[in-house]
Design a protein around this ligand. Structure first.
Ligand SMILES: Cc1ncc(COP(=O)(O)O)c(C=O)c1O
Length: 422
């Protein structure tokens, strides 16, 4: 399948050997779970392997050639990743995953030493409000609950519309709001947030914005500076890169005011027995020997995506979503959990099928070779709000094909027939 932009999915798939394996009695694997974790191309594996075979050493500490080369490889990857998301190099902090990045922000914003980042120039506390949305993945919900608990601030949230978008009419921000944290693209409903509008509302009351970009950065061109968000987080393993590496973006002037999250080696300026001073960002937030080959692999993933072009990736995935919505909405007894049109919508397509529990559905699909996610997708409150205990989710990446979308739709019908739902 070659698109109008010349994107050839077959050539891309050749870079991902795992996609040509079979599962369950020799069925071709149809991998539709990239929202959970994506597959890695040979180019990423080669970059990690080359690093480990030829340049492996602890970064930022050795005086020998290998240590210098390892540090260069690590910092070159930082430069590539920063460029990919419209950030300056010192605005990119490596963490273990996006969850850790979000915890880093939530934790440090509650420290009294970060008073200067708040418009009031006072530490977060009673009388202040933290705002999230009902769409959030637990990774962008629980850390804010904890921050509220620790500081005495109040947690509030935007509700959602029945088709799974943030309902901007459901909450009015006021001067007590210090932080607004929200997902760029829902990992359940696929809805893409109106970032500009939320940022402008938050700014109007002096609140900081934190964007969970886990499901957007892998799928479309994202420029954090242009979006105007203050902080953002995303994961390597959802964007063709390794697991064990996440990224925190923070505006330089804000990172400079935040105290450390995890402390120890590599993040200090001076240390005496009585106390320490801390290095400038990003080192301040990268205590210990970092996940070096993973960062190098993520740099290679960025290079891979840039070579194809994020607009091309987005266009291809959009075509898959259009087809998925078309095929799935034609199935009797299937209800989409999320917008039924493809406007401002990304590649997570969730649904429930009358009379078939999501887990049973997942099992039959698996028997057909179709790998999807079932459950609450780490978004329990959202499922409660939508009145479903569990849903099934197909999520796409650049290597998926329209034939795989058809395989999904056909497998759902097989499940319905099996459970007598039709
Ligand atoms: C929207 C969203 N936020 C945060 C996360 C957490 O990512 P990680 O588990 O890599 O930290 C995920 C992963 O599923 C996600 O989909």
């Amino acid at each position: 399948m070659t698109t109008t932009t010349g994107f050839d999915v077959a050539t891309v798939r050749a870079d991902f050997p795992i996609l040509s394996r079979t599962v369950r009695d020799d069925k071709p694997l149809v991998y539709l779970d990239s929202g959970a974790t994506s597959q890695r191309p040979l180019q990423v594996l080669d970059a990690e392997r080359d690093f480990l075979l030829n340049r492996n050493a602890a970064v930022h500490r050795g005086a020998h050639q290998l240590a210098e080369e390892a540090t260069d490889a690590y910092e070159d990857a930082r430069t590539a990743i920063a460029g990919f998301v419209g950030a300056a190099v010192d605005e990119i902090v490596f963490t273990k995953n996006a969850t850790e990045a979000l915890n880093l922000v939530a934790y440090t914003l509650g420290d009294d030493r970060s008073a200067a980042v708040h418009a009031s120039a006072t530490p977060l506390g009673e009388g202040d409000t933290i705002v999230i949305t009902e769409l959030e993945h637990h990774a962008n919900l629980v850390p804010w609950q904890e921050l509220a608990r620790r500081t005495g601030a109040t947690l509030r949230w935007y509700g959602i519309t029945d088709d799974g978008r943030i309902d901007l009419d459901s909450l009015v921000l006021d001067e007590t709001v210090k932080v607004v944290a929200f997902t760029h693209q829902s990992n359940v409903t696929g809805a893409v947030a109106d970032v500009a509008e939320i940022v402008s509302r938050a700014r109007a009351v002096g609140a900081l914005t934190v964007l969970d970009a886990c499901q957007s950065v892998p799928h479309m061109a994202v420029d954090f500076a242009a979006l105007g968000v203050d902080f953002a987080a995303f994961s390597g393993h959802k964007m063709l890169g390794p697991s064990g590496v996440g990224v925190l973006y923070g505006r330089a002037s804000l990172l400079a005011e935040l105290p450390p999250f995890i402390t120890g080696g590599s993040m200090i300026e001076t240390v005496t027995m009585e106390g320490s001073t801390y290095a400038a960002p990003p080192q301040r937030f990268e205590a210990g020997v970092p996940m070096t080959s993973q960062v190098v692999g993520l740099g290679a993933a960025v290079e891979y995506l840039e070579k194809i072009g994020m607009d091309t990736v987005a266009e291809h995935e959009h075509a898959l979503v259009v087809r998925a919505l078309d095929r799935l909405s034609a199935i009797d007894g299937l209800r989409l959990v999320g917008p039924s049109d493809a406007e401002r919508r990304g590649g997570a397509v969730s649904f429930v099928v009358d009379g078939v529990h999501a887990h049973d559905l997942g099992q039959v699909l698996d028997d057909e070779g179709v790998a999807i996610r079932v459950g609450h997708h780490c978004a329990w409150p959202l499922h409660r709000r939508l009145g479903v205990a569990a849903s099934a989710r197909a999520s796409f990446a650049l290597y998926n094909t329209e034939a795989e979308v058809d395989a999904l739709a056909d497998a759902i019908v097989v499940a319905q027939n099996f459970f007598g739902g039709r």
